[in-house]
Design a protein around this ligand. Structure first.
Ligand code: HMG
Ligand code: MG
Length: 295
């Protein structure tokens, strides 16, 4: 049986825009976030407090949060890798953060400049301090199914890293297929590796066209939080071959067809992604945006 209500965790302003070649103007980002809220999204990952040299596209994080007019009932989580990032996020008045770990050694090095083990030493004080300050903390785990340098990733290794994030105090664990190689059977097997689907979310990239199939598999296992990106923007600057996230429009179309509630107005969302595609100067890769909006 499928969960009746789905939480869509919108990552377009963060996972989407972090991967753009050009830096999007902060005013455009603010309008994007505002329009996503208007379209009914209730969780909008706004930006990252990472090192500005590592991700210059999101170097305006403090300015963005200062300009954000928060809507009632909408959460605006931000990515935070370390203590310095948490200081900056607290200064900006955030109430929800996400740390982001790697399930593989190579990506831990490339994305965080840490070993697989020492990334947890970096996160531990962040989670403790954040929770003491009353913040909610999500944990991301990347490369759960495959890694561009290491190939397939052992399920036991992924479950063990994910469990460490939950044990550390993350209230939710988002399982990331950073390079979009997973297929539904693998998704079921990984979810079954955890004691319950309740604290799990899924984060699929659509590189091999499997993101929706994988999402359905996760829903069938009882997962009710799904990450997606408006218009299918996205990728990761530190992961070779990571392309767009699951498009929020494609997800909404499937959820509507299944009769699962999610709160998003598809027409407003498509208009937002078409507007954003215009700002970025290229068409949206979302099939639903293409079908509904004559680009
Ligand atoms: P590092 O170079 O090891 O940092 O980078 P450090 O701790 O050695 O510090 C060096 C200097 O940087 C210090 O300054 C720090 O203060 C400063 P100095 O004392 O030399 O003047 N610094 C900072 N400044 C501002 N904000 C900070 C910060 N931290 C240190 N937060 C670090 C380590 C983690 C910072 C770096 O590797 C980094 O920023 N990485 C982020 C990479 C990233 O954002 N990747 C994309 C997000 S992950 C993703 O997309 C996957 C996901 O979508 C899920 C999926 O698809 O799988 C989530
Ligand atoms: Mg991602």
């Amino acid at each position: 049986e499928l969960p009746a209500e789905i939480t869509i965790w919108e990552v377009g302003p963060r996972d989407g825009l972090q991967n753009e070649k050009s830096v999007v103007d902060v005013g455009v980002k603010l309008e994007f976030i505002d329009r996503l809220g208007q379209a009914g999204l209730r969780t909008i990952e706004a930006t990252s407090f990472v090192h500005p040299k590592w991700v210059p596209q999101l170097a305006d994080a403090a300015q963005l949060l200062a300009g954000l007019s928060k809507r009632d009932g909408v959460r605006y989580p931000v990515l935070v890798p370390n203590d310095r990032g948490l200081d900056r996020a607290l200064e900006a008045g955030v109430s929800h953060i996400a740390i982001f770990a790697s399930a593989t050694e190579t990506f831990a090095q490339r994305n965080l400049n840490r070993t697989l083990d020492s990334q947890f030493e970096m996160f531990d004080p962040v989670v403790t301090r954040a929770r003491e300050a009353g913040l909610e903390v999500r944990g991301y785990l990347s490369m759960c199914f495959g890694d561009p340098w290491e190939g397939p990733v052992a399920l036991k290794q992924v479950v063990s890293a994910g469990q460490r994030l939950l044990d550390m105090g993350c209230s939710q664990l988002s399982l990331g297929d950073t390079i979009g190689v997973a297929t539904p059977g693998q998704v079921e097997a990984l979810i079954a590796g955890f004691s319950s689907p309740d604290a799990l979310a899924v984060h699929f990239h659509d590189t091999y066209g499997q993101a929706l199939a994988n999402t359905l598999a996760a829903l069938q296992c009882g997962v009710s939080t799904v990450d997606s990106s408006a218009g299918g923007l996205g990728g990761c600057p530190y992961a070779e071959s990571a392309t767009g996230n699951l498009a929020t429009e494609d997800l909404v179309w499937m959820l509507d067809g299944l009769g699962l509630s999610h709160g998003v107005d598809l027409t407003k969302l498509v208009a937002t992604s078409a507007w954003m595609a215009g700002k970025l100067g290229r068409p949206s890769p979302s099939r639903v945006v293409q079908a509904v909006f004559d680009q």
